[in-house]
Design a protein around this ligand. Sequence first.
Ligand SMILES: Cc1ncc(COP(=O)(O)O)c(C=O)c1O
Length: 447
Amino acid sequence: MKMGDNAMFRLPDQGQSLEDVTAVYDEALANMTSEMSGKLAATAFWGTDEVKAIIHEAYARFGGWNALFTFQEPGAARIENDVLDACILLGGGAGSMARGNLTSGGTESNFCALQAMRAWARETRGENLHRPNVIAPHTIHATIHKAAMVLDIELRTVEHSPFDPVDTAAMEALIDDQTIGLLGSAPSWPFGQVDPIAEMGQIALAHNIWLHVDGCVGTYVLPFFRELGEAIPDFDLGVPGVRSLSGDLHKYGFAPKPLSTILWASAAEQRYHFLPITDWPCGLYVSQSLVGSRPFAPIAAAWGLFHGLGHAGYLENARQLRDTRNRILKAANEIEGLTPWPCHGPLVQISGDGLEIKTVIGGMTARGWNLLGVQQPEAIHLTIDIMAEDALNRFIRDLEEVTALVRTGEIDAEGLLSYGGVAAEETAPKWLLSAIEIMTQAPHRHE
Ligand SMILES: Cc1ncc(COP(=O)(O)O)c(C=O)c1O
């Protein structure tokens, strides 16, 4: 579609009434996946009605505020600092010199970690650093690949199966004089498991390299799972060798997007994070993270949630997440043809045993369940959220019925095994030639 094309939306000549505007919102919503049937993917992390009420109040009050300027606003600064304090404590920073910054999401938090790691390595190694590399299990999130691309860091990966942790000796064997750090996940998005972070920490210490943990999913929920008695491997700032830990408040912190944290073991790491600019006409420019302007409302909402739910509320959320997960795991274990993978926390993966799991995804999609997938090996990916009893029962019933129909060959529509709709070239439907072609040649509108 070309600029100026009549089909493009253009500003109406006159403003329309609020009723007209909200009617279009409602029409759009009516065509979107319903909140309940998107629960295990698209609309995950919505939490309970209490969570929604707190978020609503924060947006009503702070919707227009720019958190770029919290340094000028003591009221806002207090809220932001409180949020960071609570995050540092949840991230294992109690009694330490740990510090933290708020960011816009896991992508930015991981980017900031790699940026700081590279700045540290450049300063400490000087001219000896030519082509920095980092080493990670192959399940490390795509956003790490993206950050490494931007920062010109080579990412070396070690494969493992969903049934065995990564071999840390194989990771160590990849270290050379250009290695600046190791990376692990807590848990990884594709497998839902916490990597052997304590072992990685020992290797990082022995080689004087940085260990970053991508805790975007787990940092604000795994401590509560552990408190409920679940065995969760150590992964946070309390583990020797961990120098940075990401954690998304907008995932299992239940805060609205965009809001994440990057936590540092101490100011010695955080000092490489800031990118102060003085050589431009307005004097000192320094922001919390990579982005400049950022919404204050999600920060206020996180503060409201921390206060409104308290420790007991987050523990109760975790209990509900665990119970929902356990119901789904039990059902999947009992359904012939499905194999759930071992997991730490609230991500569940289910592969097919003698049947095509992408056909199960296709069948579930036809019943309104908007699910994600894993490609290597193939599996359904479920992001567990707190679900109403009837929605959970319906999901389990649909999974049983759809799997049975796939087994008997009565369903053959394949679903996408992908993260957010764009599958890898080899498994993608024919119309998906390559991601860049899709992004640049398709109309800029998404329909
Ligand atoms: C482990 C992990 N890291 C990073 C990210 C990226 O987070 P965001 O989408 O908030 O940028 C995700 C998103 O699912 C994730 O699961």
